[in-house]
Design a protein around this ligand. Structure first.
Ligand code: 0GY
Length: 295
């Protein structure tokens, strides 16, 4: 654990503002995480950062503060393939959370079924070298072939890897969700090379979705993240049925420029300007992926 000898990172805003934007009823924060608590859920020996505890109580308090109803909790890399913290948070949510797991590709069918029973609806394949030691494509495809019905795959990569990953993405036999739109350079604008390449990917399959998330990570201009709004709004408008939104709380690894979560919520009407789009982004789309049986 590279940061193990150092301080545990507090990566979230201590007092997020109340957003001006009021989310529609039933809104889902479709990308967030929990860390620990470490005493019950130790971090992985392979973790690349060592965060302070950010458990379900804090997450659900933030959900309520921001005017949201549900969470999709994505297993963070610091917990490796032990999904216990994520499952515990889901169990404490009274049905208001679902999750995305990170699994050892050798996971058994019985273990996958147990994850399903615990509220998991997808697995995440992470290609960021600063977060994981290896990303075995062949083994990822094998596990993707064995997922329970209704599950999808979440893939996290940076824009410079997109071309290389295309055959891999094409081989995934279930719907695919791309974290943070594959981290485009939003300063290139909506018609820049990164956004054009990402649209080509979306056009290659109708079941590739994306998270219109993380202005704080993608826009070097900082809050109010104007370049992000200008680059991402046209994408959400062009693919309204495949876009998801989330806070990314507790913002893993962010040691500076930690975003005010209220300001992140106020980005929503800037990328989804009308009520119809907002309902798709925040309610209809995540409900289709994560709460199918409730529809
Ligand atoms: C994110 C982004 C990051 C981290 C993780 O699992 C993780 O540790 O996802 C990142 O550092 O870019 O989506 O939370």
């Amino acid at each position: 654990m590279s940061d193990a000898a150092g301080q545990r990172i507090v990566s979230w805003h201590s007092a997020p503002s109340t957003p001006r934007f009021v989310p529609p009823a039933g809104a889902v924060d479709a990308h967030c995480h929990v860390f620990g608590p470490m005493a019950r859920f130790p971090f992985s020996a392979k973790a690349k950062y060592l965060p302070e505890d950010a458990g379900s109580d804090r997450l659900f308090a933030l959900r309520d503060h921001l005017g949201f109803c549900r969470n999709v909790i994505v297993q963070a890399s610091c917990h490796g393939t032990d999904n216990a913290a994520t499952l515990d948070a889901i169990a404490r949510s009274a049905g208001m959370a679902r999750g995305v797991a990170v699994v050892d590709p050798a996971i058994s069918d019985a273990e996958l079924a147990a994850l399903h029973a615990g509220g998991i609806r997808g697995v995440r394949f992470n290609f960021l070298k600063r977060l994981v030691d290896d990303a075995p494509k062949d083994r990822f495809i094998e596990v993707a072939r064995r997922l329970p019905p209704g599950w999808h795959v979440v893939v996290y990569f940076e824009a410079d890897l997109l071309e290389e990953l295309k055959p891999f993405l094409a081989a995934i036999p279930v719907p695919v969700v791309i974290d943070h739109m594959g981290r485009p350079d939003v300063t290139q604008g909506p018609d820049g090379a990164d956004m054009r390449a990402f649209r080509t990917l979306l056009d290659s399959r109708e079941d590739i979705w994306f998270k219109a998330t993380c202005p704080d990570r993608l826009d070097p201009g900082g809050d109010p993240w104007t370049a992000f709004a200008e680059a991402v709004a046209p994408l959400v408008c062009a693919y309204p049925d495949r876009a998801l939104w989330g806070t990314d709380w507790p913002h893993p690894n962010m040691e500076s420029n930690i975003p005010d979560d209220g300001h992140l919520v106020d980005m929503i009407p800037r990328i989804a300007p009308d009520a119809d789009l907002q309902r798709k982004l925040l309610v209809d789309n995540p409900m289709r992926l994560y709460w199918q049986e409730a529809l």
